[in-house]
Design a protein around this ligand. Structure first.
Ligand code: GLN
Length: 292
């Protein structure tokens, strides 16, 4: 089991809010260095396999250098990306949220127009690989498995996987999930970890996180494992649900590009660094996540 179960103390620090966990400049820098080192280690361990892919991808590098930058996301993940018809997002559509605004700021810095594509979460990496999208910003967690297929930017947020249950549930800790029916969003780390830890037969997969939450409300599943910030939004939107105090896993979000597209990756990393230094990243986060 990887970094799956957090100590209560670590969970408490991270669960407070993303702002508390990821945005203080010292904390972020330390975390980012670790993530970058981990990424390098994994890539190096890939060895021969990735060399061929990199050559292929290098030929595609110019794709993003036109006037338009295509971001793929799954806009069902508040407060990172979601539809809100009362707002206008950075690409002129109704897709807003932390990732959408970060992407808008990156596109601005690169002098390019942003187009946001809303597709299924488990289609995001294929969309990059086929060259239809330039990057993915989707609250996507850096994992070793994903690093085989894509390259990740420096991380811009720390997150935790949380457990939602009904107020009257007998599930009080992660251990109590054994043998229970767990709802997840298909293809997410919540899905992958729950399947690993509790067995395929105990995991029900839904296209959207909100569908898994509806299944919980309707009594079709006993718990939902999902990222903490959307979890808080979904619990707030539905009567009778609560979050367990203990977190299930600790993670880091980053932007993904096609494997080997170092030109775009460097530009994205430079833009992220600028957003961190100027405090703009912090203000974007603060706009969507209220510190507790
Ligand atoms: N952080 C999770 C993952 O990367 C979920 C992301 C999402 O549902 N948008 O799998």
């Amino acid at each position: 089991m990887k970094k799956r179960f957090l100590t209560a103390a670590a969970a408490a620090i991270c669960a407070v809010s993303l702002a508390a966990c990821g945005s203080s400049s010292t904390g972020t820098t330390t975390a980012d260095t670790t993530a970058a080192e981990a990424a390098e280690d994994t890539t190096a361990a890939e060895g021969g396999d990735s060399a061929a892919e990199e050559t292929e991808a290098a030929e595609d590098e110019t794709e993003a250098s036109g006037g338009t930058l295509v971001m793929a996301t799954n806009a069902e993940f508040p407060p990172y990306e979601y539809h809100d018809s009362s707002q206008v997002g950075p690409d002129g559509s109704d897709i807003v949220g932390i990732d959408a605004e970060i992407a808008g700021a990156i596109a601005d810095q690169m002098g390019m127009d942003l187009v946001i594509e809303d597709i299924a979460f488990d289609s995001l990496i294929p969309e990059l690989q086929s060259g239809k999208a330039d990057f993915v910003a989707a609250g996507m967690t850096v994992t070793e498995d994903r690093l085989v297929n894509v390259d990740f930017s420096d991380t811009y947020a720390t997150a935790v996987q949380s457990v939602i249950v009904t107020n009257d549930s007998d599930i009080a800790s992660v251990d109590d999930l054994a043998g229970k029916k767990i709802g997840v969003q298909q293809g997410t780390t919540g899905d992958l970890y729950a399947t690993d830890d509790f067995g395929d037969e105990n995991v029900d997969r839904y296209p959207k996180g909100v569908d898994a939450v509806q299944a919980l409300v309707q009594g079709k599943v006993d718990a939902v494992i999902i990222d903490n910030e959307p979890a808080k939004v979904f619990v707030g939107d539905n009567e009778g649900l609560k979050l367990l105090d203990t977190a299930y896993a600790e993670e880091e979000y980053a932007i993904a590009v096609k494997k080997g597209n170092t030109e775009l990756l460097d530009q994205i990393n430079a833009a992220i660094a600028e957003l961190k230094d100027s405090g703009e990243l912090e203000s974007i986060v603060a706009k969507y996540i209220t510190a507790e």
